[in-house]
Unconditional design. Structure first.
Length: 344
């Protein structure tokens, strides 16, 4: 591993849905959490040790996804019989994930029932941060704890960081995997020509092409173990039955993130003030990431002037999606070490 350590509301109600199959040592719960917006519910999943009876802030983690794909099909996708969610939970943590509205198993706004050009971009950062706040409050009340750890990937880093600047008392530690910051290179999230609509569509082929962007040609064959891409794509595209019926089969993703990216990071303006982050923060990225290239984390790190114990780790031979690549355990280990520090 190459490591550069620049060593830097309305509380919703619960509607239970059937739980996943339980492992011998972990308990899994699934639920829908209501928001203040009529008809909008957020999908939430929890995994924890079966013998866990007491809950503490430093052992509680909430994960949120990026701009295009839902949470559970990466964070809780079993590859070689192990998901990152289970990796953390099996080490004594109460682990949660959520799908923002319009993604995965959460309710899709009514605009997604119409053609994309019929409405302006939906699910902006402000809306997404509101969904995160709803779920955070739900977990804090359910576990009777004052705060928890936040983990975001890609766009999720912007959302989790923004939430932290506004609610520092509710955050124990902040983990930003593939952090997004001011752009010097074009975004790989493309919405096509013309006026930006409510949502965009992505095919499996486009997803695979984006994944491999930036990987040296001689390294592409060994980047993803056999069947792992198909396992992820099958699980991810199945979360959008409407998109599956399109020709070609596609996944729909809200365009609020694209609009925000153009207005803020793409225009040289920060979306949030890093100096307002006052909790220990980890930035972790991979050298071949072209969605959130390492220069972003390297620029953001020194701006975290009030984050105690901040650090930055860069992982070798990985992309934006190292979470599901051959070197994924290097990501897991780096994040786990940071989480475990908080338990000492």
């Amino acid at each position: 591993m190459k490591a550069s350590v620049l060593i830097g509301l309305f509380l919703s109600t619960l509607l239970a849905v059937p739980a996943l199959a339980q492992s011998s040592s972990l308990v899994t719960d699934e639920m829908m959490v209501k928001t203040a917006d009529a008809g909008i519910e957020i999908y939430v999943r929890n995994k924890r040790p079966a013998n866990m009876t007491t809950f503490r802030p430093e052992q509680t983690v909430l994960y949120v996804h990026g701009a295009t794909y839902p949470a559970e099909t990466a964070f809780d996708l079993k590859l070689d019989d192990l998901s990152w969610m289970e990796y953390i939970a099996s080490r004594g943590y109460d682990v949660w994930l959520l799908d923002l509205r319009g993604y995965g198993r959460s309710v899709r706004p009514r605009e997604m029932d119409e053609k994309p050009e019929a409405n302006p971009p939906i699910v902006t950062g402000e809306v997404a941060v509101g969904d995160i706040g709803t779920v955070v409050d739900f977990i804090l009340q359910r576990r009777n704890i004052p705060r928890l750890n936040l983990l975001g990937w890609s766009w999720g880093t912007t959302l989790m960081a923004t939430y932290t600047t506004r609610n520092p008392a509710k955050v124990q530690r902040l983990i930003l995997y593939a952090p997004v910051w001011i752009r010097q290179t074009p975004s790989l999230v493309q919405a096509g020509p013309g006026k930006l609509g409510a949502y965009r569509t992505v095919t499996r082929e486009q997803a695979k092409e984006r994944w491999y962007t930036g990987v040296p040609e001689e390294k592409k064959a060994s980047l993803i173990p056999p069947s792992w891409f198909d396992a992820w794509a099958d699980a991810t595209f199945a979360t959008d039955p409407v998109g599956q019926k399109m020709n070609p089969p596609s996944l729909r993703a809200p365009n609020g993130v694209v609009q925000d990216g153009t207005e803020y990071f793409g225009a040289g303006k920060p979306y949030y003030d890093p100096s307002k982050i006052t909790v220990p923060t980890l930035l972790v990225d991979a050298e071949w990431d072209r969605d959130a290239p390492p220069y972003m984390a390297q620029t953001l790190f020194p701006l975290l002037v009030n984050s105690p114990g901040k650090r930055y780790v860069e992982l070798a031979e990985g992309t934006h999606t190292i979470i599901m690549e051959k070197n994924r355990l290097r990501l897991f280990q780096a994040v786990q070490a940071f989480l475990d520090e908080g338990k000492q």
